[in-house]
Design a protein around this ligand. Structure first.
Ligand code: SAM
Length: 187
């Protein structure tokens, strides 16, 4: 009986500590991702993204904020000879991406844990983003400076304030579902 009381007391003490730790990581994640938290793109739209990217065997795709790597893996399946770079600032999604890519034995996908604001984007021929508008607009000057003319950028659901998309693809998804539209830009 005493052991049961002891176990319950320990549990009651530990639950608030665990809740505080989870809340701390959640708030920290929101701060470092500047309001573009990890929200994985629905698997149903991956095929449309790969199609819109129009990758070729010599393409280099950068996924800025690659999350768990699902877009990179789908794109690699569609164009296995291209090169792929994923960058994510958050520990959990980049760890998931590392596991998935290791399981998929995708050697031409390189991952970097860090901010895409600090990475050299000049090797990219193609870019994918699924980021909120505020961070997209902050990123635009860097993209304009570093991307070569002709670089294709596909953004899911969010667009730049000061750049007109070359094409808007409606994904015909259910009302309020994530992944409603793709915005295709050419730099
Ligand atoms: C909406 S999720 C998209 C994940 C993935 N691209 C997908 O489509 O499933 C946005 C991702 O961007 C990452 N992120 C936000 N700000 C970042 C930054 N400055 N540098 C790198 N990654 C960032 C977040 O950690 C998060 O995983």
């Amino acid at each position: 009986m005493n052991i049961i009381y002891l176990a319950i007391t320990v549990l009651l003490l530990f639950i608030p500590i665990i809740v505080i730790i989870i809340a701390f990581f959640f708030v920290w994640h929101l701060i470092i991702t500047r309001r573009a938290p990890f929200v994985p793109i629905p698997k149903a739209v991956l095929g449309e993204i790969v199609k819109a990217l129009e990758l070729r065997p010599n393409s280099v795709l950068f996924d800025l904020g690659c999350g768990d790597g699902r877009v990179l893996l789908a794109a690699q399946a569609g164009q296995p000879k291209a090169k792929f770079v994923g960058i994510d600032i958050s520990w959990l999604p980049i760890t998931l991406a590392r596991w998935r890519i290791r399981l998929g034995k995708a050697r031409n996908i390189k991952l970097t844990h860090g901010s895409f604001f600090k990475q050299d984007l000049t090797p990219a021929t193609h870019v994918f983003t699924y980021l909120f508008p505020e961070i997209m607009n902050q990123l635009l000057p860097k993209l304009k400076q570093e991307l070569h003319p002709g670089t294709r950028l596909v953004s899911c659901d969010f667009q730049f304030n000061e750049l007109t998309p070359q094409r808007i693809i409606n994904l015909n998804r259910p009302h309020k579902a994530l992944g409603q539209r793709l915005f295709v830009y050419e730099f």
